[in-house]
Design a protein around this ligand. Structure first.
Ligand code: NAD
Ligand code: UDP
Length: 310
């Protein structure tokens, strides 16, 4: 049995990760400041004697004897990470320093939830790990993008300088049950709007693309990466290579929900990337991992979830 620390464990991805780690027989410490996470996401785990919930902000140091650390603490949706950009960058940078310091001290393996945003608005397509990205350092998305890039730098410097065992995963848009209905990400927005027969808000022309990975697939990938041979540090892309425009996504969700919603077009937010698709050859060859849930099936499960909470 491993003792595993999950920062951001009460969030969307974190709650699924805690659940899966417990199922696999680990002891889990979930650390969260509840900025975007909710106790309700992990309420069903609170009775489990191997689960512990601690309210803590990762910008402050934390100590616990653990074998593995998954560092997920950071708001992930543009409206939340732009709400207090200075705090967002502190969370990525100071949070990483604190968690890497802990990993160094207790000799734990630490996995960073990095992001496709490190590629910015990519001019290489699909994005492979060798691509250094096209990121605006001073725009409204920079607090998130550059915070995550600096976190990656810290991970590799702690690895080179202090031999910390690191794993860096670049996660592409992931969706599923327990996404916050108000967090403004496209899948939760469209489903909530469609189920309530409200206008579906497409930003820009709707021709920008994203690749959407179902949460269960991603969580399997994170756990595989954490338990991979020590020399595999990453960075490694994880996501579903299926690429869709926002127009296609809106029409699919309207059809699947039988909604009467009309589509309306709003201005494209600043620095919104035009295309995004992961090259997952490395995850396939090194981890034998690839997503197995088609978009329609994942959407159908997500729609069922939102029906229960709306
Ligand atoms: P989320 O907002 O649901 O979860 C983030 C969690 O971190 C929340 O529970 C929040 O309360 C907590 N948190 C934020 N700041 C904190 C702080 N200072 N101290 C302690 N806890 C803090 O988002 P998510 O989608 O579950 O994302 C989890 C991680 O995965 C994030 O690091 C995000 O950048 C990364 N990621 C997610 C996606 C995606 O599509 N979901 C894509 C790329 C990367
Ligand atoms: N988007 C949209 N309508 C919405 C929310 C988002 O058209 O109500 C667009 C957004 O402009 C972006 C894409 O959907 O082009 C994905 O946005 P999201 O915030 O989910 O993720 P990210 O931009 O971080 O990939």
């Amino acid at each position: 049995m491993n003792r595993v620390l999950v920062t951001g464990g009460a969030g969307f991805l974190g709650s699924h990760l805690c659940e899966k780690l417990l199922e696999q027989g680990n002891e889990v410490i979930c650390l969260d400041n509840f900025f975007t996470g909710h106790k309700s996401n992990i309420a069903h785990l609170l009775q489990n004697p191997y689960f512990e919930l601690i309210r803590h902000d990762v910008t402050a140091p934390f100590f616990a004897e653990v074998d593995q650390i998954y560092n997920l603490a950071c708001p992930a949706s543009p409206i939340h990470y732009q709400y207090n950009p200075i705090k967002t960058i502190k969370t990525s940078v100071m949070g990483s320093i604190n968690m890497l310091g802990l990993a160094k001290r207790v000799k734990a393996t630490i996995l960073q939830a990095s992001t496709s945003e490190v590629y910015g608005d990519p001019i290489v397509h699909p994005q492979m790990e060798e691509y250094w990205g096209n990121v605006n350092p001073i725009g409204i998305r920079s607090c998130y993008d550059e915070g995550k890039r600096c976190a990656e730098t810290l991970f590799f410097d702690y690895h080179r300088q202090n031999q910390v065992k690191i794993k860096v995963v670049r996660i592409f848009n992931t969706y599923g049950p327990r996404m916050d209905r108000n967090d403004g990400r496209v899948i939760s927005n469209f489903i909530v709007q469609a189920l309530q027969n409200q206008e579906i808000t497409i930003f820009g022309t709707g021709e920008q693309t994203r690749s959407f990975c179902y949460v269960d697939d991603l969580i399997d990938g994170l756990i595989k990466m954490m338990n991979s041979p020590e020399e595999l540090c990453g960075p490694i892309n994880m996501g579903n290579p299926g690429e869709f425009t926002m127009n296609q996504l809106a029409h699919l969700i309207i059809k699947m929900t039988g909604s009467k919603s009309k589509i309306v077009y709003h201005p494209l937010p600043e620095d919104d990337p035009m295309r995004r698709q992961p090259d997952i050859s490395k995850a396939k060859s090194y981890l034998n991992w690839e997503p197995t849930t088609p978009l329609k099936e994942g959407l159908s499960r997500t729609i069922e979830y939102f029906k229960t909470i709306l």
